[in-house]
Design a binder for this molecule. Structure first.
Ligand code: AMP
Length: 157
């Protein structure tokens, strides 16, 4: 396996590491919360993107937000799941990335987010970048550094 140089790592862009939109579970703005909860539970994710019918990003919806929305005084009012829409419960203020953003920009962004949506200049959804993808690349780079410079693990890494 060829050694991954620092220059090579910093030259990586979001496009190189992202998951393409076709493979990303998402819901639409006007879906009922029931559908969103179904997609979240079936996919195993706790948060997924919300898109409009043109595939533009509108927000994120989480299992926790849905359960909070239907939590009454004494019980979960599950009948509300079919009445309420994703648009009223989703989080709208979400940070995003562009395909051309650098590895270092993405690394900084995933400190506070498990994943970020990747949009084009018009706001169309192109995919997501996960913290896992960034950590995998960092892990490979740091392990190769230790392998090629055995003293590095005692000093810098
Ligand atoms: P991971 O780092 O793979 O655990 O992913 C972090 C988060 O990104 C997950 O908890 C989901 O919220 C989101 N995510 C990852 N992959 C997908 C996907 N294929 N579809 C929708 N959301 C995803």
């Amino acid at each position: 396996m060829a050694k991954l140089e620092l220059q090579e790592l910093t030259g990586i862009t979001v496009e190189d590491l992202m998951i393409e939109s076709e493979k990303v579970a998402h819901v639409q703005l006007n879906n009922p919360l029931e559908h969103a909860l179904l997609v979240l539970v079936k996919s195993g994710y706790s948060v997924i993107p919300v898109l409009d019918h043109m595939y533009r990003l509108k927000g994120m919806i989480s299992k926790t937000a849905i359960l909070n929305e239907v939590l009454g005084m004494e019980r979960f009012e599950m009948e509300k799941l079919s009445e309420l829409k994703v648009s009223g419960t989703m989080l709208t203020d979400v940070p995003v990335l562009k395909k051309s953003d650098t590895f270092l920009t993405a690394l900084k962004a995933v400190v506070n987010q498990a994943f970020l949506c990747v949009l084009d200049d018009e706001g169309y959804f192109e995919g997501i970048l996960t913290r896992r993808a960034i950590l995998k690349k960092m892990n490979r780079y740091l392990h190769e550094q230790v392998h090629y410079h055995p003293t590095a693990d005692k000093t810098n890494v």
